[in-house]
Design a protein around this ligand. Structure first.
Ligand code: C5P
Length: 231
């Protein structure tokens, strides 16, 4: 079984207020994306890594990876996350049975996440790491009047990594491109769901914060410092 990881790192970082692409901002002594590369490289299940770089920043991305791992390819991202995934899939070698897609914006990735999500595929098209919902969920109308309290036990916070049979994700991306809805999808699983594929949730309580706003860096940094201290 051959498994290739696609690390999507082509986001702009606008919400972080940085003029540098988010994946390249320094965090506890490394560019943000380097933390995910370390975990992917440490996983016994990953045979190669494709990195999707911010347009115009391929060289700094390659340099950020230099000392950690030699990727199969560094390719240029698209105008939306799912278009960046499509670009990454183009670089996945023939013969890769499974792909694992991960957001560079989640630097707390561990090899446990990767093992868990791959084991979760079973006979489905794919599986995702997801966290249970701790808060009560309210649905509102456009004026913020509450119209429903949802059953939180049936809802999950979708994270990455997300793992797929390669042929399922390739087909799902083709259909999303043909159907012109690719830019409205915010994760890969939703494209497989849209084509009628079967996706499964792997419940996870492992820390996996996504870096979106500056305050997220303050939450994640001490966890990475502790990890460095243990290494
Ligand atoms: O924007 P958001 O934080 O939801 O992005 C999730 C992940 O997708 C990030 O790792 C980001 O770098 C990546 N992304 C991408 N190409 C885009 C937009 C986002 O690779 N055009």
């Amino acid at each position: 079984m051959t498994t290739v990881a696609i690390l999507v790192a082509a986001g702009s970082g606008t919400r972080l207020g940085s003029d540098m692409p988010k994946a390249l901002i320094p965090l506890v002594g490394r560019p943000l994306l380097a933390w995910s590369i370390l975990a992917l490289d440490a996983s016994e299940h990953i045979d190669g890594i494709v990195v999707v770089a911010p347009p115009g920043h391929e060289r700094p991305t390659e340099m950020a990876l230099g000392e950690i791992a030699e990727p199969l390819a560094v390719t240029i991202g698209g105008s939306s996350r799912s278009r960046s995934v499509a670009a990454g899939l183009e670089e996945v070698p023939d013969g890769a049975d499974r792909v694992v897609v991960h957001d560079a914006a989640r630097p707390l990735l561990t090899s446990d996440h990767i093992s868990m999500v791959l084991a979760g595929i079973g006979d489905a098209d794919g599986a995702i790491i997801a966290a249970p919902v701790a808060d009560t969920i309210k649905r509102t109308d456009e004026d913020l009047n509450i119209v429903e309290t949802a059953d939180r036990s049936a809802h999950w916070l979708a994270q990455t990594p997300q793992a797929f049979r390669t042929e399922s994700l390739v087909r799902a991306v083709e259909i999303a491109l043909e159907g012109d809805y690719i830019d409205s999808t915010t994760d890969c699983a939703s494209m497989v769901e849209a084509m009628g594929g079967q996706m499964r949730v792997v419940p996870s309580a492992l820390p996996n914060q996504k870096i979106t706003i500056p305050a997220d860096l303050d939450v994640v940094a001490p966890l990475l410092e502790a990890r460095e201290a243990r290494a």
